[in-house]
Write a protein of this length. Sequence first.
Length: 90
Amino acid sequence: GSRSFTAFDLVVVSPLTRTCETALHVFGAPRPPGTPSFLSKGSAPPDTLEAESGVNIPPPRFLVREECRERWGKYVCDGRRTISEIASEF
């Protein structure tokens, strides 16, 4: 069967704050690391096929990868903070 746009298992983002914030805004809080999807209760967004069917939609896992950055440049907007600083926010 088909699933709607909201049914994702993994979201891969760059370590830049703006991409982490966008992922949180679009997909909501991620599933805790090491938690299998069948143990993670979630609710489908309203007006989706899953919500109408009563299907459990667990939150996706987030994978933050340096390789997803747009570029490494000299400009401040292309830089990032340390992993520990970013992790403490998310």
